[in-house]
Ligand binder design. Structure first.
Ligand code: ASP
Length: 410
C-alpha cells in the first residue's frame, strides 16, 4: 500500500477528514446526516474484517508463543495495573473539580439500555461473557471475548499436536497476511470514512452550536472526564512507555495516528483493532506474536479510558444527588469501575451500560445515568481513544518484557 499511497499522505488525509467532517457537520448538519452512509460503509468494512482478524491473530500467536503462561500473566498484570491507575486518576480529578455541586440531578430519567440491565450481576457482566455456547451467535452479536477464548483453546490444542499441526500454522500464517492486505485496502478509505462519521454524528446532534451548548451545560463534568483522560494519556502512559518499553512516546504515537483518529471517530476499540494492529505491528515493529495476542485481548478487556470515565461519572452522579460517598464507598467505586471497564465490550457506549454495576455497588439511583446520557456519545470518543492508546502502549511494554530490546525500535 505504501507504494500506492504513502502513509504520510494517508495521515494528512485523515486529519483533513476530521477537520472537514467537523466543519460540514457543524455548519450543514443535514448534509452531514445525508453523507452518513459513507461512514457506515467504512465501519462495516472494519467490522467485517475484525472477526477473522481476531480469530487468526490469537490462534497464530498462541501456536507460536512458547510460554503462554508468562505472556498471559504479564498481559493481565499490565491491564490491571494501568486500569487501576486510570480509575485512581478519575477519582482524584472528580473529587478536586467537584462537577456535581449544585444538585442538577433531579431531572434524571433511567434510559432503556440501562433499565434493561438493572439486575445485572458481576457474574453476568464478567464470567458468563467468557464462554459462549454458540460461537456463531457471538460473532453475529459482535461479542469478541468468547471468540478470543475459543481461539486461545484452539491455538493451545494445535500447539500441543506438535509437528502434526505444521500445515495449520502455515495456513494461518498465510491467512494472516491476506487479512492484513485487506486491512491495508480498507485503510485507504479511512479519510472519507472518518469525514463522514464525524460529519454525521455532529449533524445528528443538530450542528456545531448544539454540540457546544450540550458540552457547556455539563461543562464541569465534561472537563473532569477530559482532564482525567488527558493526565492518563499524556503523562501516565508515556511515562510507562519510556520506563518499561524504552520507547520514545513521540515516535511511538506517530505510528498510531490513524488508529487513534479512527478510535475517536468510531467510538469502538474493536472496530479500530485492524488499524491498531497495523500501526503497532507493521509500523512500530512490536513482535508480531506478542502484538497478535495483546492487542485483540486489549481491545476487548483493557479499557483505561472507560474505567476512568466510569469512576468520574458515578461520583459526579453522587455529587449531583447531594450524596457524600464515604472512603469505603470510594474504594468500592475503585474496584467495581475496574471490573465494569473489563466487562464493557469494545463498542460504542458500552461503558454506559456496565456503569450500572458501579452505581448499584454504592447504592446510587440508576436514573442518574439519564443526566449524562446526552453527552455520552462525545465522551465515548475521548475514552475510546485512550483505550486504544493504552492497548498500544501495553503491546510495546509486554513486548519488551518478553523479548528484551529488539533491533528495530525507535
Ligand atoms: N466505546 C468504548 C470502546 O470501544 C467502550 C465504552 O467505554 O463505551 O472502547
Amino acid at each position: 500500500m505504501k507504494k500506492l499511497f504513502g502513509d504520510q499522505y494517508l495521515i494528512f488525509g485523515i486529519i483533513l477528514g476530521v477537520i472537514l467532517g467537523g466543519l460540514v457537520g457543524s455548519l450543514f448538519p443535514e448534509v452531514g446526516v445525508d453523507l452518513g452512509f459513507l461512514g457506515t460503509l467504512f465501519l462495516n468494512a472494519l467490522k467485517m474484517i475484525v472477526l477473522p482478524l481476531v480469530i487468526v491473530s490469537i490462534t497464530l500467536s498462541i501456536m507460536k508463543v512458547g510460554n503462554l503462561g508468562s505472556l498471559g500473566l504479564k498481559t493481565l498484570f499490565y491491564y490491571l495495573i494501568t486500569t487501576g491507575i486510570a480509575v485512581f486518576i478519575g477519582i482524584l480529578v472528580v473529587n478536586v473539580i467537584h462537577p456535581g455541586d449544585g444538585g442538577m440531578a433531579l431531572t434524571g430519567q433511567m434510559p432503556d439500555i440501562v433499565s434493561s440491565k438493572e439486575n445485572m450481576s458481576l457474574v453476568e457482566v464478567l464470567l458468563l461473557k467468557f464462554v459462549s455456547p454458540n460461537l456463531f451467535n457471538s460473532a453475529e452479536e459482535f461479542e469478541i471475548l468468547p471468540l478470543i477464548i475459543a481461539s486461545i483453546l484452539f491455538g493451545a490444542a494445535f500447539a500441543s499436536l506438535g509437528r502434526e499441526s505444521k500445515v495449520i500454522v502455515e495456513f494461518f500464517t498465510i491467512l494472516d497476511k491476506a487479512i492484513m492486505k485487506i486491512v491495508h485496502w480498507i485503510m485507504l478509505f479511512t479519510p472519507i470514512g472518518i469525514f463522514s462519521l464525524i460529519a454525521e454524528r455532529i449533524g445528528v446532534s443538530g450542528g456545531g452550536s448544539a454540540v457546544l451548548e450540550l458540552a457547556m451545560e455539563l461543562g464541569k463534568y465534561v472537563l473532569s472526564v477530559v482532564v482525567g483522560l488527558g493526565i492518563h494519556a499524556f503523562i501516565v502512559l508515556p511515562i510507562i512507555l519510556m520506563l518499561f518499553a524504552k520507547r520514545n512516546p513521540l515516535h511511538y504515537v506517530r505510528h498510531l495516528g490513524k488508529a487513534l483518529l479512527t478510535a475517536f471517530s468510531t467510538a469502538s476499540s474493536s472496530a479500530t483493532l485492524p488499524l491498531t494492529m497495523e500501526g503497532v505491528i507493521d509500523e512500530a515493529k512490536v513482535t508480531p506474536k506478542v502484538g497478535r495476542f495483546v492487542l485483540p485481548l486489549g481491545a476487548t478487556i483493557n479499557m483505561d479510558g472507560t474505567a476512568l470515565y466510569e469512576a468520574v461519572a458515578v461520583i459526579f452522579i453522587a455529587q449531583s444527588y447531594g450524596i457524600d460517598l464515604s472512603m469505603a464507598q470510594m474504594v468500592i467505586v475503585f474496584f467495581t469501575a475496574t471490573l465494569a471497564a473489563i466487562g464493557a465490550a469494545g463498542i460504542p457506549e458500552a461503558g454506559l451500560v456496565t456503569m450500572v454495576l458501579v452505581l448499584q455497588a454504592v447504592g446510587l439511583p440508576l436514573e442518574g445515568v439519564g443526566m449524562i446520557l446526552a453527552i455520552d456519545w462525545l465522551l465515548d470518543r475521548f475514552r475510546t481513544t485512550v483505550n486504544v492508546w493504552g492497548d498500544s502502549v501495553g503491546a510495546a511494554v509486554i513486548d519488551r518484557l518478553e523479548n528484551g530490546d529488539a533491533e528495530t525500535k525507535d
